[in-house]
Design a protein around this ligand. Structure first.
Ligand SMILES: [Zn+2]
Ligand SMILES: [Zn+2]
Length: 192
């Protein structure tokens, strides 16, 4: 019985590590819900993984160790990404590429095409990591913290709607935002 529990814990930690490596960051509350264990259990798992140098704990979750390495410049425009606005693409061959913001991030997704395994960026309001494919985007708002025209990501539709009420622009899904950028690229001759 004891053996069985130990094995389960090891499998769970492996699963957590996979999540961190795939998404770049994880939240304790999300992991607890997904894996059906208490947040305290996840805390202990992350402590153990952190002690082994495999992840780094941050408030409410953990981040991948390699994501703390020297921040490379934006693959698309060359600027130094600002923290919590950046967009990271993980490719199928296990490498990752960074963009300064969702604008360059979606251009990067388009450039990498089928090589893209997952992409993570940050919610513009909460500054929490968000799966880029599941995010809601506001395009062409008057808020331009990085590249123009502005393209910002939100985890929750309500937040995107509220942001749009103040700063204008249009709501878009991941796919719509990519298509919008493609159309823009053709119109302005910008991009690749
Ligand atoms: Zn850029
Ligand atoms: Zn940018």
């Amino acid at each position: 019985m004891g053996m069985h529990v130990t094995l389960l814990a090891a499998q769970r930690r492996k699963q957590i590590l996979d999540e961190v490596r795939t998404h770049g960051a994880v939240r304790i509350a999300d992991l607890a819900r997904r894996l059906g264990v208490s947040e305290m259990t996840i805390h202990r798992d992350l402590d153990r993984l952190a002690a082994e140098g495999l992840v780094r704990k941050v408030f409410g979750g953990a981040v991948a160790v390699e994501s703390l390495a020297v921040q490379p410049h934006c693959t698309i425009c060359g600027t130094l990404p600002e923290k919590r606005l950046d967009f990271t693409v993980h490719t199928r061959d296990g490498t990752r590429a960074v963009a300064c913001c969702p604008h360059c991030g979606l251009l990067l997704v388009r450039r990498l095409g089928a090589q893209v395994q997952s992409a993570v960026t940050f919610d513009f309001v909460t500054r929490q990591p968000v799966n880029a494919r599941a995010a809601v985007y506001v395009v062409e708002s008057t808020a331009t913290p990085c590249c123009a025209p502005s393209l910002l990501a939100f985890a929750r539709r309500e937040d995107a709607v509220r942001f749009q009420a103040g700063f204008g622009g249009r709501l878009a899904t991941f796919q719509q935002a990519v298509e919008w950028l493609e159309a823009m690229g053709l119109a302005s001759g910008k991009g690749e």
